[in-house]
Write a protein that binds this ligand. Structure first.
Ligand SMILES: [Zn+2]
Length: 123
């Protein structure tokens, strides 16, 4: 796996919450993928060591959260498109196939957020 947050792109190693979130005792036993170079990290799908996306720093994680929230509104709250249609549309607009918001960088997230806001405003 490569790091999504730094120019060296890693190296990325499997770690645990004990090292990623030392103050969160409830997360100590959970697996995280962490970049040795920049400290960016990402959690895993429950019960697995399968990463939820590429390791991200705080800025990237915040950008992904925002992009995901605005994107999800298109199919969950506003019901402009179905979930499948929304992913197909975003994938087309971004020319990324398939698209996973958890793998995007800050610039790509900003574009997703802008596209989705435009889409919501236009309907
Ligand atoms: Zn890194």
């Amino acid at each position: 796996m490569m790091c999504g947050s730094c120019d060296l792109r890693g190296p990325v190693h499997l770690s645990t919450g004990r090292y990623v979130y030392p103050h969160r005792l409830d997360l100590w036993d959970l697996p995280f993928w962490k970049c040795d170079n920049c400290g960016a990290h990402v959690g895993c799908h429950p019960g697995t060591t399968r990463a939820l996306g590429l390791p991200a720093n705080a800025e990237t994680r915040a950008a992904r959260r925002l992009a995901h929230a605005v994107f999800d509104a298109i199919w969950s709250k506003k019901k402009i498109l179905s979930r499948e249609e929304a992913y197909a549309w975003l994938s087309h607009e971004m020319s990324i196939h398939p698209i996973h918001i958890g793998e995007l960088n800050v610039e790509q997230c900003a574009r997703v957020t802008a596209l989705c806001r435009e889409r919501i405003g236009a309907s």
